[in-house]
Structures are given as structure tokens and as C-alpha cells.
Design a binder for this molecule. Structure first.
Ligand code: C2E
Ligand code: MG
Ligand code: MG
Ligand code: MG
Length: 282
């Protein structure tokens, strides 16, 4: 309730809160039909090998092409999809679409190409029906597990049930790689780094944003990179927007980078033409 509601103690919502709640209801409603109406799109964000400038990986990022509102970013609908459980089915679509894309790129001119897919903890905890079909799906297409990386967050590992652990192991057995997204933002415990078999740590954008040679963020990035390498993990830095950030991270030994400095996330045809004519190398 807000003070501007004045004496009317029964008016729980302010007009702007009402508008937000209404907006949310409309979105949830529209979300129900979005899959069957084929309104989801994937954009591809290049993952650049910092030492060479080569691109053999991309992260698939979902967008919702809403008939009235245009392209909607995941920040506006992924939480709604999680709360309503729809994320499970949407996540299955993301997986299959990513697999289709990686197959195409590998068959065309990038036999090594790999794709990274975000998974919400909700999806990981509930998704059994679809999960069981994924590995056979890859096998049928003749794709090795290595071409898929699953991005998860620290929270999932922190309270991982046996069923979550079993799923992670199944993925690992099939060769699928695991990346820890938004590293450093969630929890202070590092014990899950030895408990789980992880391949990549993704340094969160908040550590990269104000990076300078003498900043505390530089100390933290260096420490994360040294620790990761000693544990046998590779490091991906998120949110590289400037040449300075790129150079500092490369000098610190960071393996991969993503960010607007290299490219924005792109629709598949634009992504493919970028692969053919890389814009920025060193
Ligand atoms: P994330 O996985 O950490 O993805 C990185 C986000 O940072 C993306 O936002 C990307 O567009 C943005 N980004 C990358 N480089 C830069 C940069 O240099 N500067 C700035 N300002 N931003 C940059 P996006 O696409 O809006 O996705 C937001 C989040 O939504 C993702 O964060 C991920 O957690 C979630 N998400 C995206 N696609 C999916 C999906 O298919 N399934 C699930 N469950 N979640 C998804
Ligand atoms: Mg991610
Ligand atoms: Mg991230
Ligand atoms: Mg993030």
C-alpha cells in the first residue's frame, strides 16, 4: 500500500501497481499461446576465444516476438514462465532449436561449433519428461554431447537434490559441458566447485563493467581466473564492452569473452554472416 492512497485504507494497489499487475496478467495469458504460435526466437551471442579472436561457440538467448509489443527480452518474461511452470516446455523448445542450429552450422562450415543453452533451476528441478528425450535426440542426429553446454547458476548447485545431481551426471556422461553462469553474484560458498564436475565459470558482468588495471574488480577477476585454472576450469568473461576490458582480461589469462565489444546477440542469419566475416579480431 502506498501513502498516496491517503485515508482510503482499502485501496491496496496504487494505479501504477494496478497497471503493472494487469500488464503481468496479460503477459501470462499471452505467454500460454506463445509456443503454439511460434513466437519465440533465439538470438546468438558469440563466445570469443580471447587469445585468437576465434569464434567456435555461441550462447543461445531467447526472445519473444510479441505480435503487439514487438521483441521482448527474457528479463520481462522468464520469471513469469518460471512461476507458471511454462519454462519447462519453453526450455525444451530452446534446447531443440539450439540443437537444430548447431547441427546446421556444423554441417555447413563449422564442424567444431558448440552452443551454450541457459537452464533455469526450476527447469532443472522439474523437467523429467523432456530431459529424458534430450540425449537420444542428440544421438539420433549424430551429434556428440560436446557440442552442447548447459549454463546453470550457483543457486542450483547449492541446494542440489539427488535428482538434480543425477541429471548433471547424466549430462556429463553424454559429454555435455556445464558452465556456471553469473559467477560471483550469488553465494559465498565455493565448495560446490569441487563437488560438481564443471567445465566453465562465467565471470558476471558486474565485475567487468568498471574494470581498470588498478581496480578491485581486476583483483577479483585475476583471482577467479587463477582459481578456475588450478581447478581445471575455463573462464568466460561476460559483458565486455570496451577494448580496455578485453585487453585486461586477455592479459589476465581469461579464456573466452562475450559482450557488445564483439557483437550484440544476433538473429541466426546475421550471426551466420558474422561468422563468415568476423568483425573484430584482436
Ligand atoms: P545471461 O545468461 O547471464 O546472459 C547474458 C545477458 O547479458 C544477455 O541478456 C546478454 O544479451 C547480455 N549481455 C551480453 N553482453 C553484454 C554487454 O556487453 N553489455 C550488456 N549491457 N549486456 C550484455 P538477455 O539476452 O536479455 O538475457 C538475460 C538473461 O535471461 C540471461 O542472462 C539468462 O539468465 C536468461 N535467459 C536468456 N535466454 C534464456 C533461455 O533460453 N532460458 C532461460 N531459462 N533463461 C534464459
Ligand atoms: Mg547465460
Ligand atoms: Mg550470465
Ligand atoms: Mg547474467
Amino acid at each position: 500500500a502506498s501513502k498516496s492512497a491517503g485515508r482510503n485504507r482499502f485501496s491496496y494497489f496504487t494505479p501504477s501497481m494496478q497497471a503493472a499487475a494487469l500488464n503481468r496478467m496479460h503477459l501470462i495469458n499471452d505467454l500460454r499461446d506463445a509456443l503454439s504460435r511460434n513466437q519465440f526466437r533465439l538470438h546468438y551471442h558469440p563466445i570469443v576465444e580471447l587469445s585468437s579472436g576465434n569464434i567456435h561457440k555461441a550462447e543461445a538467448l531467447i526472445r519473444w516476438d510479441h505480435p503487439v509489443r514487438g521483441l521482448i527480452n527474457p528479463a520481462e518474461f522468464v520469471a513469469l514462465a518460471e512461476e507458471s511452470g511454462m519454462i519447462v516446455e519453453i526450455g525444451d523448445w530452446v534446447f531443440r532449436e539450439s540443437v537444430r542450429q548447431v547441427l546446421r552450422l556444423r554441417e555447413e562450415h563449422h564442424p567444431e561449433f558448440q552452443i551454450s543453452v541457459n537452464k533455469s533451476p526450476i527447469q532443472f528441478r522439474n523437467d523429467d519428461r523432456y530431459f529424458r528425450d534430450w540425449l537420444p535426440h542428440l544421438q539420433q542426429l549424430g551429434l556428440p554431447g560436446e557440442c552442447i553446454t548447459i549454463e546453470i547458476t550457483e543457486g542450483l548447485l547449492l541446494d542440489a537434490t539427488e535428482s538434480v545431481q543425477a541429471k548433471l551426471l547424466d549430462l556429463r556422461d553424454a559429454g555435455i559441458q556445464v558452465a556456471l553462469d553469473d559467477f560471483g553474484t550469488g553465494y559465498s560458498s565455493l565448495s560446490y566447485l569441487k563437488k560438481f564436475d564443471i567445465d566453465y565459470i562465467k565471470i558476471d558482468r558486474s565485475f567487468v563493467r568498471n574494470l581498470t588495471a588498478t581496480s578491485d574488480d581486476m583483483v577479483l577477476c585475476e583471482a577467479i581466473i587463477v582459481m578456475a585454472h588450478k581447478l581445471g576450469l575455463k573462464v568466460i568473461a561476460e559483458g565486455i564492452e570496451t577494448a580496455t576490458q578485453r585487453h585486461l582480461l586477455t592479459a589476465a589469462g581469461c579464456d573466452y569473452g562475450q559482450g557488445h565489444f564483439f557483437s550484440r546477440p544476433l538473429p541466426s542469419h546475421e550471426f551466420e554472416s558474422m561468422l563468415k566475416n568476423p568483425i573484430r579480431q584482436a
